[in-house]
Design a protein around this ligand. Structure first.
Ligand code: FBP
Length: 262
């Protein structure tokens, strides 16, 4: 039996991944003059001591410098098309390895009209990656006209369980709103490690870090976070606060003051 390969990236079972696939998912609207440059993100990933940075293959080819492990996101879609979401691979596991990837990522929109296509492609990716001993992170996002409330705790728990059923090593899901119901998400994922997606930039640091603390209190493994770090006016300070909570088990107030955010 294969043990969970995510421990290669997260030996302690906890990790912080810096996500930067927004250029394709949302377009440059998420960026400012600084964050539009992938070299800046590489720098934040290194100085902020992230366990990995997440790039699509084009960014990996041109900007990845090897100083932080790479999770190569194999599929992606834009927001330019209407209708139920579908995202297909634009890069293979072998190609990802040749670009220096330590792990691969893939989004499945369970509930979409195109769920079947993504399930089947993800199956091939898991097979290829595990044959090469590469961990697989599933962005598990229930979406499409059938999903009435994508933030409902039972929908998010279902998303986490899909990761276990399909062979992922880690799942990235949205937050349920409280540690009490996020516990069930973690439980539903079994041996699969659960990471929270950061979401749009929070109104203030305390609100965001309270969610992060909720994830850790519920037994989650950390975060794959983008906008709440690189849209922050002090990306390294918020990274420091995140590390205190996720890696050192600190509380929100202590994390903020030790990072100089209080
Ligand atoms: P954030 O922390 O910025 O939310 O990034 C997480 C992420 O999953 C990205 O990897 C991805 O590009 C984006 O969110 C997808 O956003 P959406 O929820 O709009 O599909």
């Amino acid at each position: 039996m294969k043990d969970n390969l995510i421990y290669k990236l997260a030996p302690s079972g906890k990790a912080l991944f810096l996500a930067y696939d927004h250029g394709i998912e949302h377009g440059p609207t998420d960026f400012n003059e600084t964050s539009v440059d992938p070299a800046f993100i590489m720098d934040v990933a290194e100085k902020g001591q992230f366990e990995a940075v997440v790039f699509q293959k084009g960014l990996a080819e041109k900007y990845y410098n090897g100083r932080v492990p790479l999770i190569l996101k194999l599929n992606g879609k834009t927001q330019l098309r209407e209708g139920d979401p579908v995202s297909r691979a634009v890069c293979s596991v072998e190609e990802a390895l040749s670009l220096g990837a330590a792990a691969v990522g893939y989004t499945v929109y369970a509930g979409s009209d195109f769920e079947r296509e993504m399930f089947s492609e993800f199956g091939e990716i898991v097979r290829d990656a595990h044959r090469l001993d590469i961990p697989v992170v599933l962005w598990s996002y229930p979406r499409g006209h059938s999903i009435k409330d994508r933030f409902a705790p039972e929908v998010i728990a279902y998303a986490a369980r899909v990761g276990l059923e399909l062979g992922a090593d880690a799942v990235k899901v949205e937050y349920t709103g409280s540690p009490e119901n996020f516990k069930w998400v973690v439980k539903s994922a079994g041996k699969v490690k659960v990471f929270m997606a950061g979401g749009p930039k929070a109104a203030n640091d305390e609100a965001f870090l309270t969610q992060v603390k909720g994830v850790i209190d519920a037994g989650g493994s950390g975060l794959a976070v983008g906008r709440n770090v690189w849209q922050h006016k002090e990306p390294l300070k918020i990274s420091r606060a995140l590390r205190s909570i996720v890696m050192e088990g600190k509380g929100v107030k202590e994390a903020m003051s030790s990072a100089g955010l209080a």
